[in-house]
Design a protein around this ligand. Structure first.
Ligand SMILES: Cc1cc2nc3c(=O)[nH]c(=O)nc-3n(C[C@H](O)[C@H](O)[C@H](O)COP(=O)(O)OP(=O)(O)OC[C@H]3O[C@@H](n4cnc5c(N)ncnc54)[C@H](O)[C@@H]3O)c2cc1C
Ligand code: FES
Length: 616
């Protein structure tokens, strides 16, 4: 199965590495935004799923011209409908309107005895943070995909949040509550990371190979943490870092729509970007060689080369026939859309997350058949009952499933010898196929290291690391994301290596590697900050998943009608993973409980225990 297979795993409890002592609220002044007004520092990549306009007032652009006329000076704003901060209970959060600012809102969160005022929407896709999870150690986690912020500062704690939340001074006066803020900050609703840098140590250089999620994490965190050396990103993708997760859900073919940061962002952060393919690494000489003939030296190297989609070693799938695709890049989407434009029958091979997402995205205008080997989609990873929920959701969109099926070969139609025309199953079924999309898994993209005598790759081609994502046996080299096998300490984990193909895991690993690099550069040793893996998918409804269920022995499924459910994946008494649809914030709450080691056990779950009632 494409994305989610092999060895997935998450982690366990830790205090936020950046859990700072609570600052006096009156001393906090939001940092100003570092980009010029004309620069789009944020993707127009927002939700492909429909959301009320009000939910996304400001997230698409940094300082869009619309807000240039708004006030940039600190002003007192009264909050509507609240007369005292003492009405909030511990860890309680409420969203309130800001008087005098059109659509202006703020989130009030009580932590210990202090109330903090923050931007109310997650900076990833704009989820309402009032529905998130506040923890006693000072974090607020988004209800949707696991982004986490520090309550006291608004700073990003965990991916996939690209920007911090704004934090405002809040106070009571004469029976009313006020914030001290700039109108533009209230409207923009988030704070770009301060990455502006001029290199002060030119004898140090981090080279990052890859241009995906892991790279985004490492680049941003290096500059946020004030790494003073040079940074070079080498990616063979022609575009700057995009939101890859959208490719299969919305088939977006225009990179500018899902680019996380504009070119100006890299320039302002003094990050050199090269489009090239790394073909070899000389770990002793500390240089990487590229296809175009460059030799680039480094003092620290971060490998973040992701995955290569697998193909099928069967007749018809070995390059003999055209219109057979895999999906990893914008260019793959472009090829699929162009081939699908005047075709009707699409066969997706592999009932993986990506297979099902792309089938779903194409089902509006095409006859889509999904072929899977298991008796239910994602059965091995999610269990048959949950797999059948996905199947039922997608069947409503007209998708046909051929399950417990094995592909035999593909053949051309009578009108062409070079294009695919039929996919043949081993039971003799012939499926008309104008187009085939393979969703049969990925392998780590480490071919450039295969014959390198300085490194021993794992059996699956991945790279073993320690908790800081530092490559075992090599000095000053890190591996992150889909190519990394790292020690897992979450529920059910004993420190054995796992490889997890999730967007958040790659980005959090990048942030961890950046912390290790910066602290090593300062001669400070640090404890690894752990995170719980979070994954999401769009399968007729939004699936959320946390934890790692590499070896679950049971699934406790609570169906709540209308396609809503919570599935607890257990290994013995331990709940090792949780999947949900339609019951936010159960996944986020479970992830936080797992992080701090307070997740309910199987017996408690079977007895009806409610994770939302446990204080984190
Ligand atoms: C279509 C799709 C949908 C997905 N949806 C979700 C989702 O909804 N939720 C979720 O959690 N995860 C999802 N994933 C998984 C997630 O995107 C990956 O786990 C994540 O992108 C891994 O990040 P990475 O940095 O390791 O690799 P990538 O993001 O794949 O980046 C690897 C980069 O390295 C470059 N590269 C490779 N080899 C070389 C080389 N030799 N030289 C130079 N550059 C090189 C590549 O061009 C690419 O830019 C999805 C993946 C895909 C493909
Ligand atoms: S919207 Fe908050 S993590 Fe995605």
């Amino acid at each position: 199965m494409l994305q989610f297979r092999g060895q997935l795993r998450p982690l366990q409890s830790s205090r936020c590495a950046s859990s700072k002592p609570l600052r006096c609220i009156s001393s906090y002044i939001p940092r100003s935004l570092p980009f010029p007004a004309s620069v789009s520092a944020f993707p127009s990549a927002f939700p492909f799923f429909s959301l009320p306009v009000r939910q996304f007032p400001l997230y698409h652009r940094s300082h869009s011209p619309k807000y240039l006329s708004t006030s940039t000076t600190m002003t007192e704003y009264k909050l509507k409908g609240i007369s005292s901060l003492s009405t909030l209970g511990s860890l309680e959060k409420i969203e309130v309107d800001v008087e005098g600012v059109e659509e202006g809102r703020v989130l009030l969160v009580k932590l210990d005895d202090k109330v903090h005022a923050l931007s109310p929407r997650c900076t990833h896709y704009g989820a309402p943070m009032k529905n998130g999870v506040v923890t006693g150690d000072g974090r607020i986690t988004c209800p949707w995909h696991g982004a986490c912020f520090n309550v006291s500062t608004g700073d990003v704690e965990d991916a996939p949040a690209p920007n911090a939340l704004n934090k405002y001074e809040v106070f009571e006066r004469d029976g009313a509550v006020y914030i001290n803020a700039k109108e533009e900050d209230i409207k923009f609703g988030q704070r770009n990371p301060v990455v502006k840098c001029s290199v002060s140590k030119s004898d140090e250089k981090v080279v990052v190979v890859g241009g995906g999620s892991g790279t985004l994490g490492v680049l941003q965190a290096l500059r946020e943490l004030k790494y003073p050396g040079q940074i070079t990103m080498i990616s063979k993708e022609p575009d700057l870092i995009i939101d890859r997760t959208k490719l299969s859900k919305a088939l977006i073919s225009d990179p500018s729509k899902i680019q996380w940061r504009p070119r100006e962002w890299y320039e302002s952060a003094a990050i050199e970007t090269l489009t090239d393919e790394v073909t070899a690494v000389d770990f002793k000489g500390r240089t990487v060689s590229t296809k175009s003939g460059k030799n680039i030296s480094y003092t620290k190297l971060v490998l973040a080369t992701g995955g290569i989609p697998r193909t099928l070693p069967l007749p018809g799938f070995k390059g003999e026939l055209s219109n057979i695709f895999t999906l990893r890049t914008i260019q793959d989407v472009q090829s699929i859309l162009s081939a699908a434009s005047n075709k009707k029958n699409i066969v997706v091979i592999g009932s993986s997350f990506i297979g099902m997402e792309v089938g779903n995205a194409l089902s509006k205008d095409h006859n889509v058949t999904i072929v899977g080997m298991e008796s239910a989609p994602m059965e091995r990873v999610m269990g048959a009952k949950v797999g059948r929920i996905f199947q039922s959701n997608l069947s409503k969109n007209g998708i046909t499933f051929k399950l417990s099926a094995s592909v035999s070969h593909a053949s051309p139609p009578s009108t062409s010898s070079s294009e695919v025309g039929t996919v043949h199953l081993k039971d003799g079924t012939a499926l008309p196929a104008d187009l085939v999309i393979l969703g049969v898994g990925v392998r780590p993209a480490t071919d450039y290291l295969t014959n390198n005598t300085s490194i021993t790759l794992e059996k699956d081609g991945s790279i073993a690391t320690d908790e800081h994502f530092s490559v075992r046996g090599l000095d000053s080299v890190f591996a992150i994301g889909d190519i990394a096998t790292y020690p897992y300490h979450g529920p059910g984990g004993d420190g054995s290596g796992v490889r997890i193909e999730h967007w958040n895991v790659a980005q959090n690993a990048g942030r961890a590697a950046a912390r290790a690099i910066v602290h090593a550069q300062r001669g400070v040793s640090i404890k690894a900050k752990r995170f719980i893996p979070v994954f999401w998918s769009a399968l007729g409804a939004q699936l959320r998943y946390c934890g790692y269920a590499g070896s679950f022995d049971d699934v406790v499924l609570r169906e709540q009608g209308e396609g809503k459910f919570v599935a607890f994946y257990t290994s013995g008494e331990t709940v090792v993973a949780v999947a949900t649809m339609g019951v936010d914030p159960v996944m986020s709450q479970s992830a936080e409980l797992m992080r701090v080691g307070k997740m309910l056990g199987k017996k408690e779950i079977i007895a009806g225990g409610d994770v939302l009632s446990v204080r984190v």
